[in-house]
Design a protein around this ligand. Structure first.
Ligand SMILES: [Ca+2]
Length: 359
């Protein structure tokens, strides 16, 4: 029986206005009203460059780019915080080390225990690190991003904000990612419709196209790499990424530290930022006191400063493994959140398992 909708109480014109209003709201919310780039001289020039660099047919590239949409809310998101504005580690930490994320992490660890163990054994990377990354990046697959990657990368290649302090370098980065993405989409057309973050990162672990190309692995053995639908592929790829970025099995990521340095010594300590540069002895000479378990540490170390808004800074001493975590996302705040979440989930999972066994 055909379904007949009758709205007798609404005059026809009012009904039309209501429908049009709803349509406007819906399309604005999904970005469907955003304009496509079209075949402007800038788009044609970009298509020419990408086609040449990535050995793609120019007409095909131009078709993809001219039909991509300009997402005007994205470029401002690239701008760094105002200078002088202090970061807030405590607030950042509270966003990620919280009960919902910890529960989801424990559940994920149980569901994928065997795959996590296999990835950990294969690439010599601890399970807590993989679990920490997946929790901070996407809350275990719940927030993989809803923006068309083609639209995001085209927007950032053609409209990167010129006022950014490293605008040329960042624009070149996104242009390269767009080229790699198109090259991948040429052989796998379904990829061209992929959704991700506003910066073009995709899947459970939020890999950029060039990271997919260089570090992603087929870890479920079905012959293809799929970081959006295959959890094993995502797990294996994250572990492989860290192995390739210098993770050293058995080395701690960081140590607590007591800072007794003068202002001048502190300046010296902070010049290399998070790049591990100093020996343990040099850190001691510059006024840092590490706990006894750090004795005998040989590798290069870095003093990591975490600002706490109006409260005093926190400090830790990072090893080469702390630095390795920042290769996933270049921020010490990010690295600390991944490390803490991974460890809290590990402890909680073990504790609840032991409790269950003893009952
Ligand atoms: Ca696979």
């Amino acid at each position: 029986m055909p379904l007949v909708l009758t709205v007798p109480s609404l005059p026809f014109c009012r009904l039309l206005r209501l429908i049009f209003g709803l349509w406007l709201m819906l399309t604005a919310a999904t970005g469907a009203l955003a304009q496509t780039w079209g075949r402007t001289p800038e788009v044609q020039a970009l298509a020419g460059r990408l086609a040449a660099q990535h050995a793609l047919p120019e007409a095909w590239v131009l078709d993809r780019l001219s039909n991509a949409r300009f997402l005007d809310h994205i470029p401002p998101l690239m701008l760094p915080a105002e200078p002088g504005q202090r970061k807030d580690w405590a607030a950042y930490r509270n966003r990620f080390i919280e009960p919902q994320r910890i529960r989801a992490g424990v559940k994920f660890w149980r569901q994928h225990r065997k795959t996590l163990q296999r990835a950990s054994d294969t690439y010599q990377v601890p399970t807590w690190l993989i679990v920490g990354v997946l929790g901070v990046e996407t809350l275990y697959g719940r927030h993989m991003g809803k923006i068309a990657v083609l639209d995001a990368l085209t927007t950032l290649s053609l409209a990167f904000p010129p006022e950014h302090p490293r605008a040329a370098e960042r624009q070149a980065f996104f242009e390269k990612e767009l080229g790699v993405f198109l090259r991948q989409g040429r052989t796998r057309p379904e990829l061209l419709a992929a959704k991700g973050s506003y910066a073009g990162a995709m899947g459970w672990g939020q890999f950029m196209p060039s990271s997919i190309e260089r570090f992603a692995v087929d870890f479920d053995g079905d012959g293809r790499i799929d970081l959006i639908r295959s959890v094993p592929d995502a797990i294996g790829s994250i572990a492989h990424y860290f192995q390739q970025h210098g993770w050293k099995p058995g080395l701690r990521t960081h140590y607590d530290v007591t800072v007794n340095s003068t202002a001048e010594q502190l300046d010296t300590l902070l010049i290399p930022d998070i790049l591990p540069t100093f020996s343990l002895q040099r850190l001691n000479e510059l006024g840092l006191l590490l706990p006894p378990e750090a004795k005998g540490l040989t590798g290069p170390l870095a003093l990591v400063e975490l600002q706490n808004g109006d409260a005093p800074n926190s400090y830790v001493v990072g090893t080469e493994n702390f630095y390795a975590v920042t290769r996933y996302n270049w921020s010490s705040y990010y690295a600390m959140a991944v490390i803490e979440l991974g460890h809290v989930v590990q402890t909680t999972e073990r504790r609840t398992r032991a409790k269950r066994h003893s009952e």
